[in-house]
Ligand binder design. Structure first.
Ligand SMILES: Cc1ncc(COP(=O)(O)O)c(C=O)c1O
Length: 394
């Protein structure tokens, strides 16, 4: 099917990995030759319970038997969406209470940016260099990587960039600023954590000038960093929280959450301030609800920190310069893009799935399902060390 894949399905790179998938289960994906691949990527952090988790599958099937799409977002009362937003509120600190469900992360970012403009009446948006927030026009405008966006200009006006973790740059946040948008942990940049109470300092500056703080938790969110939400590690509560990826439990979703006062602004002046046909889809909401219940009712969240320790103990090699990140959001830092490519491709041949980060060419992503066993962590890390030995000896 490779030639049809390349001929009919639009590609994003000239060299896709092109693994032909037969099925997937737990921490393993199987190709059409029935070769098993241990999954250290989890669909780029979007399959937190691994593949085909029974609780998620059951919830989806039960909802399928009742109803699928019946009406555009927000008009009818559909239990899965109501229960999902209620459970999010229960697990979030005040004043984060009301959630708007979207179809993807980038759409949730668009909604959050619109809400910040509507709430403040200001237009300036401050984002971070090397930030990634999605690929639609608004999200791309706040992407801090010129090379990937110059072909699509003009983008949103009034966007300014600061360096993540620079206290000096906080001066750029002023009474002109509608919002500051940051990833809680910078993903594409190489899994860069906020340092020296940075997010709390951004929070304070935003309060001082009346700007809103948007935190993008699309990657670190939903249990991956030892807390349900990444921001809980860093002494800072955003005005608008954006989630996605893992929230759907393998189904497409995005969400933005804010206080009731803020969120209700989208209802009027203008009315229908943000609308979508499929956001809050009952089957997807059922999958998300089952996923969120499983993650919050089990020991998976504290276990991420134990599993991180195991990864750090095993990922020791002279070609590994650093292991960055937190919990099960880890990146191996190597010496060159060449070694990164070799490690990812050779590991795939040996049955281990690894992946790149968007902007940091020396990084290899390790974001396995939260459910991965210690035995499989040991197995996957030994493949990585074997491949690094081969690269070193070549
Ligand atoms: C931090 C971050 N924000 C936003 C997005 C966009 O989400 P989606 O691809 O669902 O539109 C991503 C996706 O990789 C992301 O990592």
């Amino acid at each position: 099917m490779t030639s049809e894949f390349l001929k009919y399905q639009a590609q994003t790179t000239p060299h896709p990995l092109a693994l032909e998938i037969s099925h997937a289960n737990g921490s393993f994906i199987y190709d059409t030759n029935n070769k098993a691949y241990l999954d250290f990527v989890a669909g780029v952090s979007a399959s937190p319970l691994g593949h085909n988790h029974p609780r998620v599958i059951r919830a989806i099937k039960q909802q399928l038997d009742k109803y699928m799409h019946v009406m555009v977002y927000g008009e009818y009362i559909q239990k899965p969406a109501v229960e999902l937003t209620k459970l999010l509120a229960k697990n979030l600190p005040k004043p984060l209470e009301k959630t708007y469900l979207t179809n993807s992360g980038t759409e949730a970012i668009e909604g959050a940016l619109k809400l910040a403009k509507r709430a403040t009446g200001r237009s300036e948006i401050i984002a971070a260099n090397k930030a990634y927030h999605g690929n639609t026009m608004g999200s791309m405008s706040v992407m801090g990587f010129e090379e990937r966006k110059q072909a699509f200009r003009p983008l949103l006006p009034d966007v300014r960039f600061i360096n993540f973790n620079s206290i000096k740059d906080l001066e750029k946040i002023t009474t002109q600023t509608a919002c500051v948008i940051l990833e809680t942990i910078q993903g594409g940049a190489g899994f860069i954590e906020p340092a020296n109470n940075y997010l709390a300092k951004v929070r304070k500056k935003c309060n001082d000038v009346g700007a809103l703080l948007i935190l993008d938790e699309i990657q670190p969110g939903i249990g991956r960093t030892g807390k349900l939400f990444g921001f809980e590690n860093y002494n800072c509560i955003p005005d608008i929280l954006v989630t996605g990826k893992a929230l759907g439990g393998g189904m497409p979703i995005g969400a933005f959450t804010a206080s009731t006062n803020l969120m209700d602004l989208l209802m009027d002046n203008p009315k229908l301030g943000h609308i979508t046909t499929f956001g809050g889809h009952p089957v997807i909401a059922a999958s998300a609800l089952a996923t969120l219940k499983e993650i919050t009712e089990s020991e998976l969240i504290p276990q991420t920190l134990e599993k991180e320790k195991l990864f750090r103990k095993l990922l020791v090699h002279s070609l590994i310069k650093d292991v960055r990140g937190k919990g099960l959001m880890l990146a191996i830092i190597l010496d060159s893009a060449k070694i990164t490519n070799q490690l990812i491709l050779k590991s795939q041949n040996k049955g281990l799935i690894l992946f790149w980060l968007l902007f940091e060419e020396k990084a290899v992503r390790i974001t396995p399902p939260l459910t991965i066993s210690e035995e499989d962590i040991i197995k996957g890390c030994s493949i990585i060390i074997d491949v690094l030995n081969e690269i070193q000896q070549a």
